[in-house]
Design a protein around this ligand. Structure first.
Ligand SMILES: NC(=O)c1ccc[n+]([C@@H]2O[C@H](COP(=O)([O-])OP(=O)(O)OC[C@H]3O[C@@H](n4cnc5c(N)ncnc54)[C@H](OP(=O)(O)O)[C@@H]3O)[C@@H](O)[C@H]2O)c1
Length: 323
């Protein structure tokens, strides 16, 4: 009789342990499944389908002006055009006076809004008093911290003019975002509304083909996230955008047609590069829907894929980079 009781007790323990293990296994599976479901279906559906068709943030209600840095080409110019199309008056901040005048005219005649320009070279750090004065008294609804530069594609030690370039990169990609935010945010906090969009990059996760650029973009993502978390209940929307490859002059500087061909870049250009116009039309819809995203559904999946590849991508790219 005792033997039967002991056997039953052992079975009960085994059953309990087994079911505990089973519960753990099911919980792990559920966790994995919800993670995969979230990243592959829910987020793309929400940001790049629902956000496109449902009414988003009414930017005109946030103020009169949109300020865009690096606004005479590529992504910045497309943000300026899209915001003008939404009825906002535009302040273009960039370095080339002739390009500023041309884009200002294009936007004025194309969208019938007021346009102001500020000539500023963001490689310099003595420009912010001038920008502050020019923005004084403007009711700013939106700030797009877009200005950015990159280096040639190479391994770290082969980066051309590494020292000089690093100072410029930090000033243009990091200092500009920090200082422009510091200039505009107090005004937005006071009225408890406004939008700040910070252009980082998928390279912020780590791209050894442009190590210094990648590091400055990691800064951009982090400062944007920290400021967003600090002021999340203030009524001001602060968004980080981490694009993949967009067809702009910047990409062509890093990867000129006469550069040695790199398999990784050729494939990235062929399969994942989109026009600045297509990119911004998608990214602008995500304002108010996400604090941080890639801006376009294709780049969302490029990002997932490159994160899955991890170190293997480094090994492959190192083999391809010009010596
Ligand atoms: N293109 C991509 O694939 C890609 C991918 C991820 C992230 N991003 C990010 O998106 C942002 C825009 O990139 P983009 O590709 O559109 O760049 P882009 O085509 O090279 O345009 C850059 C804009 O910034 C201006 N600019 C450059 N250096 C400046 C300086 N020192 N002072 C003032 N203005 C300056 C340029 O004016 P000028 O014409 O006078 O030089 C131009 O208007 C950057 O922050 C970039 O890191 C781009």
């Amino acid at each position: 009789m005792d033997a039967v009781v002991i056997a039953c007790q052992r079975l009960a323990v085994l059953f309990t342990e087994c079911s505990f293990v089973c519960i753990l296994a099911y919980a792990a599976l559920l966790y994995l499944f919800t993670g995969v479901f979230r990243k592959t279906l829910y987020i793309p559906f929400k940001l790049y389908f629902l956000a496109k068709y449902l009414p988003g943030v009414d930017l005109q209600k946030l103020g009169r002006w949109a300020v865009i840095t690096g606004a005479t080409d590529g992504i910045g110019k497309e943000y300026a055009k899209s915001l003008a199309q939404k009825g906002l008056d535009i302040v273009l901040v960039s370095r080339s006076p002739s390009k500023l005048a041309k884009v200002a005219e294009e936007i004025k005649t194309g969208y019938g809004v007021c346009v102001q320009t500020i000539v500023a070279d963001f490689t310099r750090v003595d420009i912010y008093d001038k920008i502050k004065k020019a923005l004084e008294g403007l009711d700013i609804a939106v700030l797009i911290n877009n200005v950015g530069m990159t280096t040639n594609l190479s391994t770290f030690l082969k980066t051309k003019q590494l020292l000089e370039k690093t100072v410029d990169l930090v000033n243009v990609n990091c200092v500009s975002m920090t200082n422009m935010t510091a200039l505009v945010l107090p005004h937005m906090l006071e009225k408890r509304k406004g939008v700040i969009v910070n252009l980082s990059s998928i390279a912020s996760y780590g791209f050894i083909g442009t190590a210094t650029y990648s590091a400055t973009k990691a800064y951009a993502s982090k400062i944007s996230e920290m400021v967003q978390r600090t002021y999340k209940d203030s009524g001001v929307i602060i968004q980080t955008i981490e694009p993949g490859m967009v067809e702009t002059p910047m990409v062509m500087v890093a990867y000129k047609e006469d550069s040695p061909r790199i398999d990784f870049m050729d494939k990235a250009l062929k399969y994942s590069a989109i026009s600045a116009d297509t990119f911004v039309k998608s990214a602008i819809n995500t304002i108010g829907w996400s604090d941080c995203c890639n801006g376009h559904v294709l780049h969302h999946f490029v990002c997932l894929f490159s994160r899955m590849q991890g170190a293997a991508a480094d090994v492959k790219l190192l083999g391809d980079l010009p010596e």
